[in-house]
Design a protein around this ligand. Structure first.
Ligand SMILES: CCCCCCC[C@@H](O)CC(=O)SCCNC(=O)CCNC(=O)[C@H](O)C(C)(C)COP(=O)(O)OP(=O)(O)OC[C@H]1O[C@@H](n2cnc3c(N)ncnc32)[C@H](O)[C@@H]1OP(=O)(O)O
Length: 869
């Protein structure tokens, strides 16, 4: 299936370069009408020109994304409607939090959050009416995990994650999907912060196909879900919550209560000693006039704190001040919006000298379906929650830094984590707070400032309207407060940048869980169809390989590792006729994703049989034999999947049926284990242009996984017939014994062994891991120019290796050139010449007189032929 976007109109914001450009070009190439939005008219025009030259339809739009109506109207005017909106526009104003200005904060929040809101809001009625709409929002690893120097950007980007989730819930009825991606791609924006070698590997063209795949009406429809995409790597990421802990919710539930498994039926919570206290500590709580804020204030009062009770309600704040005083604490009221962070912090310092703890708790609700949500309802919620949290954190930050102590708890919500119908504004603001807090967690460490974010559920004035009385009683704010108390105490010396869900005496940690995902080869173009073909892998959390990145750099690890992924022979046409075979599936388990190779005595026996050992040689075919061992040439087996996993697709005119094994060098560094787990390190050594053919040599070091001890070194050369003539280097480097000419001396051979292979030799040998159809499938062999399937090169090398072993004893290396092919059933004649520690040999096919192994030699462990490795 080739995805077409004919008759679809796509609006791409920030499309003048980078990702936006790649989206525009890809959608246009698949037949879509594209609105190339960018404030830079020339850049946008260039892209439109390029699209038109290619026969596509596109227009320029230069409106600001905060004027979404204008952006969407341009699509309607030119093309009648809009089907797909890609909210991609973004700016960076990176600064450490201490140096960040309100302008830096506001500009980033405006372009990313308000811009996405505004464009989506304008497209929404059109999507609803036509019952089709696809929205792509652009987050970032900085948003998912927080990032040093990006408090503004992390907040905005994380806000978009929940924006997407809430839109997904609202859009489902109208076939409007929204998906959020955290892309890693080179763009004019990232060019300022990444080295050129990395940028080269992170082409925006590796992100665009994913976006096209999920926007297509027949593509996967992962609405509300989050994906990390870059450098050919794609993985879904989702929330994962610990089972958590439950406390008995009686008066013993204090910040000093250690965790318990099951509490309700247990005695009161034991207390830590010394008990957590806040004597002499000043705690600011915003929105403390009622509900959660009030419960916190009273708890801190009881524990001896100076409490700064902030609220917009004069009455509420003063009543709580009285309650705190009654509970034993000192308190003042600061009546103002949480957005007036400086004022609150100044009042705290004036009254108590400094501040030690900030609980950013103030919030409002302006719930409304997205269709009816006004811009004011959006702005007000973002202002109180997000800007309020930012302003208070910002004001308290220099105080905390100076005294090298500070504890912050900010307030998210289950809605911010999971999204909710009718709360697009609230969920966005709440998630953005999470992004901000994670960044504060990073930036604060050095100054002993710990910042955590909580998602509490409690019966408050805000939830009263939607909860039953039973629920309100069971989920008292008092049952959230002790966890907040602990997190902001001196007892917490470690936990920072974390998210906790807390409710009714229960608390759990929530973190990202990322599917292991799929790495597409980073050396060839990715298509939307490729993405769809691997969808199950991209979204598989259940294969035991999911990861838990916690920082942007941990997130990048797999993405950067994919730079080296040049594809797999197993994924290319070479094995395509065996696609459904269980053998191939099993083989794939070993490589190339992880290059481990685990084997048992059964595998050793199977190999030995595959290269001609029989039940007459019990040491090779019976694991119960005292001398049971692998033949030395078994050393080519553990590395096979790793080297076969290197794609050759980049070679000009490459055809898998035309690939032949050209040479093999194996050096045995240690006695060969008869079972175990080895690990392979593969590296490209050489690509030569031999005129008609290309020759490619790889080096694979195979080590014992547990000890790291080197067991084998292999050098593998393949000849790609028909893939030469690309103007490459013709002569290779001298690689010592791996390239030695090994000419037989001018005398009759010292020994000769003759042995017939069986008709089923290749069928047996392939079970050791080389499932190349060239050796079993007559049609595939015909494509390669053979009348019938040929024997594996490594199989007849194994025969010859056994001939030398039987005649002259153990060797520590072997090198051969595959000079001709062998058909299963043919007779091999190995002629050998002993030259000191070396045995030079050649192998011929008796029936045709053809030399099939040339320039071949082994180095004996010892000249006597008796010594073992
Ligand atoms: C990374 C992947 C991991 C491994 C995957 C392996 C998958 C397996 O399933 C594949 C197999 O097992 S295939 C079976 C075993 N191999 C064969 O049957 C190939 C036999 N060899 C031939 O047919 C020819 O030698 C042939 C066709 C190879 C060359 O013959 P000609 O074209 O006639 O070459 P010639 O004119 O003599 O020489 C041209 C230049 O090529 C070099 N050369 C020749 N034979 C070579 C060989 N076997 N290996 C490497 N280089 C070779 C010559 O030196 C010459 O180079 P220059 O011009 O610089 O002197």
């Amino acid at each position: 299936m080739t995805l077409s976007f004919k008759d679809k109109t796509v609006v791409v914001t920030g499309a003048g370069g980078g990702l936006g450009k790649a989206y525009s070009l890809l959608f246009a190439s698949r037949g879509a009408n594209v609105v190339v939005n960018d404030f830079n008219k020339d850049a946008a025009q260039k892209i439109v020109d390029e699209i038109k030259q290619g026969g596509g339809n596109a227009i320029v739009n230069t409106s600001s994304v905060t004027e979404g109506e204008k952006v969407i109207q341009s699509a309607v005017s030119a093309f009648g409607t809009v089907h797909i909106l890609i909210n991609n526009a973004g700016i960076l104003r990176d600064k450490s939090f201490v140096a960040m200005t309100d302008q830096d904060w506001d500009a980033v929040v405006a372009v990313h959050l308000k811009g996405a809101f505004s464009c989506t809001k304008a497209a929404w009625p059109i999507f609803r009416k036509q019952k089709f709409g696809r929205i792509i929002n652009t987050a970032s690893a900085a948003g998912l995990y927080g990032n040093f120097g990006q408090a503004n950007y992390s907040a905005a980007k994380m806000g978009l994650v929940s924006f997407t989730k809430s839109l997904a819930r609202e859009g489902i009825k109208y076939n409007i999907s929204s998906v959020v991606i955290a892309p890693v791609a080179a763009s004019p924006m990232t060019a300022t912060i990444m080295p050129p070698e990395m940028l080269e590997k992170m082409k925006p063209e590796f992100v665009a196909p994913f976006v096209a795949a999920v926007c297509h009406p027949e593509g996967p429809n992962p609405s509300g879900r989050v994906f990390e995409v870059g450098a050919g790597f794609v993985a879904e990421i989702r929330w994962e919550r610990s089972k958590g802990r439950i406390w008995k919710t009686d008066p013993s539930f204090t910040p000093s209560a250690p965790t318990l498994e099951i509490a309700a039926t247990l005695p009161s919570n034991p207390q830590s000693s010394p008990a957590v206290r806040f004597d002499g500590k000043t705690v600011i709580i915003t929105g403390a006039g009622a509900g959660l804020g009030r419960a916190y204030a009273i708890m801190y009062g009881k524990l001896g704190a100076n409490v700064v009770v902030n609220d917009v309600s004069d009455k509420g704040a003063n009543a709580v001040v009285d309650e705190v005083k009654a509970a034993g604490g000192k308190a003042i009221a600061v009546v103002c919006s949480a957005e007036e962070g400086e004022k609150i912090v100044k009042a705290a310092c004036d009254a108590f000298g400094t501040v030690h703890v900030l609980i950013a708790n103030a919030g409002i609700l302006r719930d409304r379906s997205f269709t009816s949500m006004s811009e004011k309802e959006w702005d007000d919620v973002i202002a109180v929650h997000l800007r309020g949290t930012y302003k208070c954190a910002k004001a308290v930050w220099p105080v905390f830094r100076k005294q090298k102590y500070g504890r912050i708890v900010t307030t998210c919500s289950g809605v911010g984590i999971y999204g909710n119908f009718g709360q697009v504004n609230y969920s966005t603001a709440k998630a953005a707070i999470m992004g901000l807090t994670k960044t504060l967690g990073f930036e604060g460490r050095k100054y002993n400032i710990l910042a955590n974010v909580i998602a509490p559920s409690a019966g408050t004035a805000m939830t009263m309207t939607i909860w039953t009385q039973d629920m309100v009683d069971a989920y008292k704010p008092d049952f959230v407060a002790p966890v907040v108390g602990y997190l902001t105490s001196e007892d917490n010396t470690e936990t920072s940048g974390q998210l906790f869900e807390i409710s009714g005496g229960w608390a759990a940690q929530t973190r990202w869980q990322r599917a292991y995902g799929y790495g597409f080869p980073s050396n060839r173009a990715l298509t939307p169809e490729d993405v769809i073909a691997k969808w199950d892998v991209i979204t598989n959390f259940d294969d035991g390989k999911a990861t838990h990145p916690t920082t942007p750099s941990e997130s990048l690890e797999q993405i950067v590792a994919n730079f080296e992924n040049t594809g797999s022979l197993l994924d290319s046409a070479i094995f395509e006729d065996s696609e459904d075979s269980q053998l191939v599936k099993d083989a794939k388990k070993n490589a190339p994703e992880d290059s481990d190779f685990t084997y048992t005595e059964r595998d050793v026996t199977l190999y030995n049989l595959g290269v001609g050992a029989t039940s007459k040689d019990l040491q090779w075919t019976y694991e119960g034999d005292d001398n049971f061992s692998a033949l030395p040439t078994f050393g080519v087996i553990p590395q096979f999947m790793a080297s076969a996993g290197v794609s050759m697709d980049w070679a000009p005119n490459y055809h898998p049926a035309k690939l032949l094994h050209g040479e093999q060098y194996l050096s045995i560094k240690a006695p060969i284990p008869t079972e175990g787990t080895l690990v392979n390190e593969t590296r490209l050594l050489e690509v030569l242009d031999k005129g008609k053919a290309a020759s490619v040599t790889l080096l694979v070091n195979t080590k014992d996984k547990a000890s790291g001890k080197l067991i084998f070194e292999n050098q593998v050369t393949v000849v790609l017939r028909g893939a030469g003539g690309f103007g490459g280097k013709k002569k290779g480097n001298d690689r010592g014994p791996a390239t030695a000419a090994n000419k037989p001396p001018n005398r009759a051979p010292d020994a000769v062994v003759e042995e017939q292979t069986s008709e089923s030799q290749a069928a047996l040998y392939r079970l050791s891991g080389d499932y190349n159809p060239l050796h079993i499938n007559p049609d595939f062999a015909a494509m390669g120019g053979f009348d019938k399937p040929i024997l594996h090169g490594l199989c007849f090398m194994g025969f010859a290796g056994r001939h030398v072993l039987k005649t002259f004893g153990e060797y520590k290396d072997i090198k051969v050139r595959f000079a001709g092919s062998v058909y299963p059933g043919e007779t091999l004649i190995t002629e050998m010449w002993k030259e000191g520690k070396k045995v030079i040999f050649t192998t011929k096919v008796k029936e045709r007189g053809t030399t099939v192994l040339a320039a071949a030699a082994v180095t004996l462990v010892d000249e006597s032929g008796k010594a073992k490795l």
